[in-house]
Design a protein around this ligand. Sequence first.
Ligand SMILES: NC(=O)c1ccc[n+]([C@@H]2O[C@H](COP(=O)([O-])OP(=O)(O)OC[C@H]3O[C@@H](n4cnc5c(N)ncnc54)[C@H](OP(=O)(O)O)[C@@H]3O)[C@@H](O)[C@H]2O)c1
Length: 351
Amino acid sequence: MGSLRWLRLAVNHPHTDMPLAEPTFQAVSIHPADKAGKGNRRTNWLLCLLSVEVDLEPTCLSGPAMSHSQHAAISTGDVDQIRFLYGTAWKEGQTQRLVELALQQGFRGIDTANQRKHYCEAAVGQAIAVAINSGLVTRDDLFLQTKFTFQRGQDHRLPYDPAAPIAVQVQQSFERSLEHLGTTFIDSYLLHGPTQRIGLAADDWSAWSAMEVLHDSGGVRSVGISNVSLEQLQLLCQQCRVRPRFVQNRCYAVHGWDRRVREFCRALGIIYQGFSLLTGNPDVLARPEMLKIANRHQRSVSQIVFRFAIDVGMLPLTGTSSADHMQADLAIFDFNLDTEEIQLIEKLALT
Ligand SMILES: NC(=O)c1ccc[n+]([C@@H]2O[C@H](COP(=O)([O-])OP(=O)(O)OC[C@H]3O[C@@H](n4cnc5c(N)ncnc54)[C@H](OP(=O)(O)O)[C@@H]3O)[C@@H](O)[C@H]2O)c1
């Protein structure tokens, strides 16, 4: 039996935090097992419905920038202090050295995947062990994110039995991730991507349900999804039991920096993680307008892109292999872009 609670529903503007719609009050059934009220199927449905009803389009490109202090409030709970993620893809034999370097430079959020084709999760774990054993960090200082990857995204080095049901594959992959990372829990566990471009297949739901079970058990603090379209995300949020806390997408400027997905995330309190901010947008990075903004702030164009990402509410990823770039990437929290600059960058590839 669930109990009846009042849930206050409000959608705020991503820049101003001002309400985009009058808050409404809805009676929702909260299941007793769902202590925080999150992940409740009916709650999710209502939140999703509200976000669809509110027209975010006309206002999302306008409004003043958030202040520096507001950026710290981007996130909730376990990810409170994490404002930049260090990505570990494509580093092979350099993975351990680079993750150690990133931790020394000040990164505390690490993104990896149990997908040997592109990541070396075990080497990430070795770097973490070195950093913990040397006293540089404690496990509690860190935000560790990894992913379950379906077989079609893997090579022959599978972290699970491919003949097993999907739910078992998720459990096996998760257990290997714990071993690789030398931890008893994962802060954020992502579905690396749905099996198809449109809609969600039975295997996607099986994987998500297994991830929900991991969340229930406490082995995973938050669940999320990567490489997802707005329609897939809406579907997931409508029908899931535990709602995604994170979305991790490639962020193309030509799509308004994935604006539709970002706005949906913002409306539902999902944290949007953007990757390929630099590599996905070479034309925009080369635009004279970007150079002008960079010169005005005496920063590099890369720093302007990452600062912009923060200003529009993203949690950005960088996978740089350079100590100088690591330092530069983390040195974006002592200046702000003004409203006009944010609007210009947001629309740059659309014009
Ligand atoms: N979920 C997914 O499917 C998925 C897919 C792709 C990536 N990711 C994640 O996102 C992470 C980041 O990947 P990414 O695609 O954004 O590309 P990336 O691996 O971060 O590549 C960035 C490129 O930009 C260059 N660069 C130049 N100036 C830079 C600066 N100031 N800061 C950072 N890089 C600079 C880097 O060169 P230097 O090395 O010389 O700095 C590097 O070649 C990955 O490691 C992975 O964790 C996830």
